[in-house]
Design a protein around this ligand. Sequence first.
Ligand code: SAH
Length: 210
Amino acid sequence: MLMTTPAGMALANTLRDMGIGNEKVLTVIAQTPRHLFVDEAFSHQAWENTALPIGQGQTISQPYIVARMTELLLEVEPQHVLEVGTGSGYQTTVLSQLVPSVCTIERIKSLKFQARRKFNRLDCHNVVTKHGDGWQGWPSKGPFDAIIVTAAASSVPDALLTQLKVGGRLVIPVGEQEQLLKVITREEHRLVSQTIEMVRFVPLINGELA
Ligand code: SAH
């Protein structure tokens, strides 16, 4: 059972002031122990609204962007969600408290294993993990009500669009130097794309695993 801490409440208040309106998301951010997900040397900064290193040259996103992407995804009330880029497992842990079923893929084996241990320790029993290339999605677990990509793609991967249910949405940062957070909703006969805001993510790698 996760508990809200004063540091968590303070972070939630900061995010509310920045425009995050979904109170369920703010409650979950306030009670998710972010210090368990960052490099130990940075744990004293874990409750600040900043991106931090998680090892292997990767970063945990700023809590504001985790909250923003999560609230965009929840707008379609998803039951079954795919996350591409498990990383530390922080975003996954946030999602696992808000949706019934979460599948998450990571291309760096050691990060995948470390994240799996945290999901067990925090009783996130609705999360399944995979070491694989998320550019291809996870066809055998799809289709999904929503897909969240937590690394920046040079273009929108087709495989992810085909694994979305009708009415489902993809939340994805797109671009290289300049990256834009996009929401792509699958309607019966078309895809509708919205641009949310500028963001900064590590790249989504297309190809070999590590
Ligand atoms: N959601 C994570 C963010 C981690 S950073 C968190 O909360 O900590 C993005 C992650 O995407 C990195 O761990 C990186 O290794 C992973 N990644 C990059 N390309 C990928 C790909 N093609 N498939 C799966 N994971 C990928």
